[in-house]
Design a protein around this ligand. Structure first.
Ligand SMILES: Nc1ncnc2c1ncn2[C@@H]1O[C@H](COP(=O)(O)OP(=O)(O)O)[C@@H](O)[C@H]1O
Ligand SMILES: [Mg+2]
Length: 171
């Protein structure tokens, strides 16, 4: 599933007005069967139900969320893992999607390289290192930003910032 999704070509993106929370729910629905092998409540959600909409390509952003969640699942120790997906308002113009885990974390020297194509620390057959570079390009195309912060050994947090829908002023 992972390789199919990460290699699916970027459609000449159609953007529409979208609620980020709905995309998070869609992705968790896609992952439903995979998540059955993990303890209950491995993934928690803190979704701001009053989150303003964004202008986005739904399929592409779902791919971003899926990549980030799959990476978080890979990073946590199944028995003690916790993954938090949060949406919130950043400022008057932007919203934030955060995916946080308490897994292995990322060594400082790797944190710069994560978004480069083919950077992976996973064994052959498990990772090919294209997920985060794909995320980076998709978020760029949405006029947003993606950043990582991590304390090695304690976990990682990926923060995606996206512009809100700009109303054209008509009532
Ligand atoms: N949540 C995370 N916790 C720790 N390391 C991570 C996390 N997400 C990504 N990484 C690191 O970034 C690398 C690149 O991720 P990605 O581009 O998705 O490729 P892949 O998952 O195929 O290795 C991973 O191999 C891993 O070392
Ligand atoms: Mg990945």
């Amino acid at each position: 599933m992972r390789s199919l999704l990460t290699f699916s070509p970027r459609r000449s993106a159609e953007f529409s007005r979208i609620g980020l929370n709905e995309l998070v729910r869609n992705v968790l629905r896609i992952l439903h069967h995979k998540l059955k092998q993990y303890p209950d409540r491995l993934i928690q959600r803190h979704l701001d139900e009053a989150l303003p909409t964004i202008q986005a390509n739904a399929a592409e952003l779902e791919q971003v969320i899926l990549n980030l969640v799959l990476n978080a699942i890979d990073a946590v120790d199944a028995g003690r893992g916790a993954i938090l997906i949060r949406t919130r308002v950043a400022d008057e113009r932007r919203v934030i999607l955060e995916i946080e885990d308490n897994g292995c974390g990322i060594p400082l020297e790797d944190q710069q390289k994560l978004f480069e194509p083919f950077f992976t620390t996973k064994p052959v057959g498990k990772g090919i290192g294209i997920g985060l570079s794909t995320c980076y390009h998709i978020i760029q195309a949405h006029g947003g930003e993606i950043n990582v912060s991590s304390t090695p050994g304690r976990g990682a947090r990926f923060t995606v910032v996206l512009p809100m829908t700009v109303d054209s002023g008509g009532s």
